[in-house]
Design a binder for this molecule. Structure first.
Ligand SMILES: N[C@@H](CCC(=O)N[C@@H](CS)C(=O)NCC(=O)O)C(=O)O
Length: 233
């Protein structure tokens, strides 16, 4: 039986050699993903999408949650003096969005072609606007009026995102019936909006809310959500 093995095309067309080559390929993949460590504080914050991606894909990783004391010792060794960082075989990756994309691509959750990857980008990049509004509600709005205005901003920022997702959604999830990175980001975003406003209503975002609910019911995800550390954000 022929094996399609990247990097092995110059091997003689011999089934045994091809099998050996295939096994080496699998072993090297396992090895390259064996040393994955995600370091962040003990909050969901900027690391949770990546944690959910690895959980959904059942990819083993070290969920390294550190306190301020440990961070002070480690800060200078990180690329930008910020968390999260993802360590992969001696390489340190920073920037939460870059980390989540890396994790999604590594685990096959970033679409199967360039157009699907563009859909992933459109959705995840748009979420930034909503996150900005939610952060403003959480950390900047002080008076009741400011808080109400900030809640309104969150709902406003969701309108174009709901339109976008409804337009591209191909099945239960954005890219079809299998979970991909944008579904995970949408779930996280709804959770974040609820952190910012405990009375957050999803009536105006039925497509997004449906995706978030379906994702939260995925077996590995439901188990993770029930057992993860309980944190404020
Ligand atoms: N754009 C960066 C921002 C990272 C960031 O602001 N990280 C904060 C925690 S959420 C941090 O490292 N704070 C500790 C410090 O700056 O010493 C990203 O998305 O990863």
């Amino acid at each position: 039986m022929p094996f399609s093995t990247p990097g092995c095309s110059r091997q003689p067309a011999n089934t045994y050699t091809q099998l050996q080559c295939y096994l080496r390929h699998i072993a090297s993949k396992e090895l390259s993903m064996s040393e994955i460590k995600l370091t962040y504080f003990n909050t969901r914050g900027r690391a949770e999408v990546t944690r959910l991606i690895f959980t959904q894909a059942q990819r083993k990783f070290v969920d390294n949650r550190i306190d301020r004391e440990e961070w002070a010792k480690m800060k200078d060794s990180t690329p930008k003096g910020q968390l999260p960082v993802l360590e992969v075989d001696g390489m340190m990756i920073c920037e939460s969005a870059a980390i989540a994309r890396f994790a999604a691509r590594e685990t096959g959750l970033y679409g199967s072609n360039n157009k699907e990857a563009a859909i992933c980008d459109m959705v995840t990049d748009s979420i930034g606007e909503v996150a900005h509004a939610a952060i403003n509600k959480m950390f900047s709005a002080k008076t009741e009026d400011e808080k109400n205005a900030a809640d309104e901003k969150i709902y406003e920022s969701l309108k174009p995102l709901e339109k976008l997702v409804a337009q591209y959604k191909k099945g239960t999830y954005v890219l079809g019936d299998k979970v991909a990175a944008p579904d995970i980001s949408l779930y996280s975003m709804v959770a974040f909006c609820t952190d910012a406003n405990p009375e957050f209503k999803t009536d105006s975002i039925p497509t997004i809310a449906g995706i978030a609910k379906s994702f939260s019911e995925q077996p590995h995800i439901a188990a993770y959500l029930a057992s993860r550390p309980k944190t404020e954000h």
